[in-house]
Design a protein around this ligand. Structure first.
Ligand code: KG4
Ligand code: ZN
Length: 410
């Protein structure tokens, strides 16, 4: 049985709390949505009103634990979600000065993601909506990443979106709240996963500046002082003219390079190499180049097929890897060259959080899409494609890219 604080306890805590909502005491006319995220290694919750205003949020990140164990171990992630979900949801509600009875709906990530992690969020939400008799809105994690930008900017459909995280790499056209065309996705691992594994192989948690950072963050930081030209890497999939991605070959290339360097320096695996900055810079540059080439082709495909708005066509970049400034600059160079505006949510909204899930719930509530009664049985889906698969059409178009020399200021 999930125990939620009584009205009096909530009020008392509100008055003591530094996170008190400015709306305290004022009448609220807007509908309120609680969003819950547990698809991977972040336990997140947030309450948004119908206008997209964040009333309160809470996030528990497991990054530190997984860095210690050398990667995400699903049962460990599940246990951490189990230990934190009630507190995180309570915090989000308290910071919003909202009681469960005041919610219009609960929106929760049910796909795609790690089964054991998804299950914790779904079970918790199922009990919560039944206890308080609230509508339930199941959320697709990637759709939520794709639409977060609309909470911050008035971006009209259709727009092109590149989602790059630890679990995904895909290009899609967002045509509506539940209407997506998939142009391409990773054939193997996601860029964040490749960066995390390179960082682990380089033992970057032993680096004094990076001990608590995710692999991607550590690579970005170290790359600032590195020379990417010292370790030339081959950009993946140079000979395929579609929008698919591949990062496992790049990871292997970097691993070979690290092994060669370790042999040259006479050091064991697990010791920091003297050239970590240069390796980080080369890896980051190659990821950025691969992402920008595929995105460039997606832009040309969209133009050829009139898939974007003719006035102010837009590229949205989101997901954990999109918080990387070097990658952003590389992509914005391409977007600008092709006459698209590029938008990225700020870093805190690019990584997993409850806000993006609540926002997707708000968008669905506004349009009346996918809102279920409290007692309907919903299952989680670890694998769930995004939208209509157009990858074959993109491949068949075989679009060749013009030669582009990307110039970005560091
Ligand atoms: O979206 P996210 O929080 O979770 C997933 O759904 O995967 O993304 C996490 C991923 C991790 O692989 C992490 O290394 C990567 O995003 N990441 C970055 C940066 N910050 C996080 N990659 C490159 N540069 C960054 N600054
Ligand atoms: Zn994510």
């Amino acid at each position: 049985m999930i125990m939620f604080p009584t009205k009096i306890t909530v009020l008392r805590r509100m008055l003591q709390s530094r996170h008190c909502s400015p709306l305290l005491g004022k009448a609220r006319f807007s509908r309120l949505v609680l969003g819950i995220e547990t698809s991977c290694d972040d336990t997140g919750a947030a309450v948004l009103d119908e206008t997209g205003q964040i009333l309160g949020e809470s996030l528990h990140s497991q990054t530190e634990v997984h860095l210690r164990t050398g990667g995400i171990i699903p049962p460990v992630a599940q246990q951490l979600h189990r230990e934190n979900i009630e507190r995180v949801v309570q915090e989000a509600l308290e910071r919003s000065n909202v009681e469960p009875s005041q919610l219009s709906a609960v929106a929760t990530t049910v796909k795609p993601g790690m089964a054991l992690s998804l299950g914790i969020g779904l079970d918790f939400s199922r009990r919560l909506v039944r206890q308080h008799n609230k509508p339930f809105i199941p959320i697709h994690h990637m759709e939520a990443h794709a639409l977060t930008v609309r909470m911050l900017h008035p971006v009209a459909f259709p727009f092109l979106v590149l989602l790059v995280s630890g679990g995904h790499s895909l290009l899609a056209v967002a045509r509506g709240v539940d209407d997506f065309l998939l142009l391409g996705q990773s054939l193997d691992v996601a860029p964040g996963d490749a960066l995390d594994k390179v960082a682990r192989r380089l033992s970057l948690t032993k680096h004094p500046q990076c001990s608590t950072m995710s692999g991607g963050q550590a690579i970005e930081l170290l790359a600032k002082d590195g020379d990417r030209m010292k370790f030339p890497l081959t950009t993946p999939m140079g000979k395929t003219h579609d929008c698919s991605f591949s990062f496992s070959g790049l990871r292997n290339q970097v691993t070979m390079m690290i092994m060669k360097k370790e042999a040259e320096e006479g050091i064991e695996e697990g010791t920091l190499l003297s050239c970590v900055n240069d390796i980080a810079a080369a890896t980051q540059h190659t990821v950025a180049t691969h992402l920008s080439k595929r995105t460039h082709r997606a832009i040309l495909f969209c133009k050829a097929n009139n898939l974007l708005l003719s006035s102010n066509p837009t590229l949205v970049v989101s997901g954990g890897v999109a918080s990387n400034q070097y990658i952003r600059k590389t992509l914005s160079f391409i977007a600008e060259r092709e006459g698209l505006s590029m938008l990225c949510p700020p870093a805190k909204f690019c990584t997993d959080n409850g806000v993006m899930i609540a926002w997707n719930g708000v968008e669905r509530l506004r349009e009346g899409i996918g809102i279920l009664p409290p007692n309907v049985d919903v299952c989680y889906e670890p694998k769930a494609p995004l939208g209509v698969d157009m990858t074959e059409e993109v491949r068949a178009a075989g679009i060749r890219l013009p030669r582009v020399k990307i110039e970005i200021s560091s």
